[in-house]
Design a binder for this molecule. Structure first.
Ligand code: ADP
Ligand code: MG
Length: 230
């Protein structure tokens, strides 16, 4: 099943020197079952592309469709519903709410839409899966950078998304925990969540079934066996 479709997607930013093209004529599709890694140098446009796929940023030109629906044609309410019910998004930067503890940060998506129950047991299970058992009551300021990132991963999975958009999900995370996170991604992918992940950790690439390379805003699909090339 086709989930995400990008057609000739371009994004320009206005800079003092004029306009700068961060993403250039990008075409690709994500199908259910896919676990895609996007590699590329810092500044090549990976975060810009993921932000557009998440509906947080509009393309300057081109189209993005989710399950056949054009994101540009959705009103704010439809977009919020899609983002909360179908998409999981792990932003590159810090994104937790400082005044909520880890458990409540993970449970947040549960409350943005009508759901049964209070979400506590699912949130606890997810925190355990990302290696944060016992940290339920800790506030973001009391967690390390890597722990904060893992809470954001658990939060993105809370509503069992069809597509997980993960922007450098293992930045700031030690090797051992990184492997645990990648194993978790493999499991959730098998269980029906497709994954589109930007990463500069080449070891992560082997967990996926497809590999893209981003370079100066252009995206090309690579053979997975070439992963060591960068
Ligand atoms: P990556 O995630 O691959 O490091 P980004 O998508 O963050 O790349 O950035 C791509 C390029 O776009 C960079 O040169 C960056 O400076 C520029 N850029 C990103 N966001 C903005 C913005 N809001 N305004 C202007 N330029 C931006
Ligand atoms: Mg980035």
């Amino acid at each position: 099943m086709m989930l995400l479709q990008c057609e000739h997607v371009t994004r320009k930013y206005q800079k003092s020197a004029g306009s700068f093209t961060a993403v250039r004529q990008v075409d690709f599709c994500v199908h259910s079952g896919d676990f895609i890694s996007i590699i590329g140098k810092s500044g090549s446009g990976k975060s810009t592309l993921l932000n557009m796929a998440a509906g947080l940023l509009r393309p300057t030109s081109g189209k993005i469709l989710f399950e056949g629906n054009d994101l540009a044609a959705m009103d704010a309410r439809a977009m919020a519903h899609l983002r909360n019910s179908r998409l999981g998004y792990i932003p590159q930067g810090l994104s937790l709410l400082a005044n909520l503890n880890a458990l409540d940060n993970v449970r947040l998506p549960h409350f943005l839409q009508k759901h049964e129950g209070n979400g506590v047991s699912r949130a606890q299970e997810l925190l355990e899966q990302v290696g944060l058992r016992g940290k339920e009551n800790s506030y973001p300021a009391e967690l390390s950078g890597g722990e904060v990132k893992r809470v954001a991963i658990a939060r993105a999975l809370m509503n069992e998304p069809l597509l997980l958009l993960a922007d450098e999900p293992t930045g700031d995370i030690d090797v051992e925990t990184t492997q645990g996170i990648m194993d978790l991604f493999s499991t959730i992918c098998r269980d029906g969540t497709a994954i589109l992940m930007a990463t500069h950790d080449l070891d992560n690439v082997g967990y996926g079934n497809r590999l893209f390379q981003m370079s100066s805003g252009s995206l090309t699909e690579e053979k997975l066996s070439e992963k060591g090339r960068l």
